[in-house]
Design a protein around this ligand. Structure first.
Ligand code: MG
Length: 383
């Protein structure tokens, strides 16, 4: 039974809520943000409200309550004065780029379940495996079996990495309809990763890409170390433009430019895009592949979006660095990218909750906590 004082408190609380809800729209500044009262904290209030701590939030900030606005509504872009697209495409790379860097090798069945979960989350482009030598990358030694068991799914493209003609023939024999080739924009990484000079490796792809195109297969070209290389230092942006154009001239449908060690900032990304434009590289065919080593991946995505890039690689859980560049940090986590896009109002087609559930599931299979910020934050129990 509620006592008189309890009832009065409840009535006061309801009135306070109604007063806050009916408050006239607050004057906003030119960025669309309501001015903060001294000591006010917009985010703190909103999170408290979301937690159901409405009474306490009002009590704490009664004189400057902000109108309730849930975090991250897809249709509200007022607070973010950015040039951003309505929609981006994500290429999910965890099953290949991610798993190849893990100590634990997953069974083919678990990989198939991962691919299924990612497609169920809304992904339409997934890098499934790699036809490199099983000796070099034992984690993906089951590429043939995996691709033969993987059932085609309407609207989903599955890519397989191939290092050379032999890898391509293996992939084609399994019915692969999209391949990726990988080159380096730096000399040292090419020699360490591909055992060839940069120019020899790129030239070697010409017949591979021609054969794939003749077979009606879509081709993605990776270019690594586009910002800097740990051994060679900064990579000249005009060189990246030149190598990108060369791969496109060979027939690549798309180029994915990788900041493989994650050192780039929006400054380098913007400069690189300027060089690509000056070098007549069609921006519509360029994707970016950022690593979060220095915590710059999302900032770099925003910088690239502002310059018209619409395709980004990401890895669920943030797994994957490079087995040949140990200092490289993890890939940009898909859930971190999707979270940011939701906040800005950019459609990705990916269901965040399903993705986070998949990330947790994958962490259990890999026996470790995965580095993605969003999945870790969403796993913290609310008290
Ligand atoms: Mg990567």
């Amino acid at each position: 039974m509620i006592g008189v004082h309890g009832l009065q408190h409840a009535i006061d609380l309801v009135l306070a809520v109604l007063a806050a809800g009916c408050e006239p729209a607050r004057k906003v500044d030119e960025d669309g943000l309501a001015p903060l009262a001294p000591g006010g904290d917009r985010l703190e209030t909103t999170i408290a409200e979301e937690r159901g701590e409405l009474g306490r939030a009002i009590e704490r900030s009664a004189s400057h309550v902000v109108a309730f606005r849930p975090l991250h509504p897809c249709d509200d872009t007022r607070a973010v004065p950015l040039t951003s697209p309505e929609r981006i495409s994500i290429v999910e790379v965890a099953p290949r780029d991610g798993l190849q860097a893990e100590d634990r090798t997953l069974s083919t069945d678990v990989k198939l379940e991962l691919l299924d979960r990612l497609a169920e989350s809304g992904h339409t482009a997934i890098e499934a495996t790699s036809f490199v030598s099983a000796k070099a990358v034992p984690q993906l030694a089951d590429a043939e079996r995996l691709m033969k068991l993987l059932k085609p799914r309407a609207g989903v493209r599955y890519t397989a990495l191939v290092p050379n003609q032999t890898g391509l023939e293996r992939a084609l024999a399994c019915g692969v309809r999209e391949i990726a080739v990988f080159a380096s924009a730096s000399e040292s990484y090419s020699r360490k990763n591909l055992n060839q000079s940069r120019d020899a490796a790129i030239a070697g792809y010409e017949p591979v890409i021609a054969r794939a195109k003749a077979a009606g297969v879509r081709v993605r070209g990776y270019l690594s170390m586009v910002v800097a290389d740990p051994w060679d230092g900064p990579t000249p942006a005009p060189l990246v433009a030149d190598l990108s154009r060369r791969l496109l001239d060979f027939g690549c449908d798309e180029i994915s430019l990788g900041d493989t060690i994650g050192v780039g900032t929006p400054g380098e990304v913007t400069a690189l895009l300027g060089a690509l434009r000056r070098g007549d590289v069609p921006i519509a065919k360029v994707a970016f592949h950022f690593h979060d080593t220095y915590g710059q991946a999302l900032a770099n995505v925003l910088a690239a979006m502002a310059e018209g890039i619409l395709t980004f690689d990401a890895s669920v859980g943030g797994i994957g660095g490079s087995p040949f560049a140990k200092m490289a940090g993890g890939n940009l986590a898909t859930e971190d990218l999707v979270w940011m896009c939701r906040g800005i109002g950019i459609e990705t087609g990916v269901d965040l909750d399903k993705l986070v559930a998949t990330s947790r599931w994958l962490g259990e299979r890999l026996g470790r906590e995965l580095p993605a910020h969003v999945s870790r934050a969403m796993s913290i129990p609310r008290s």
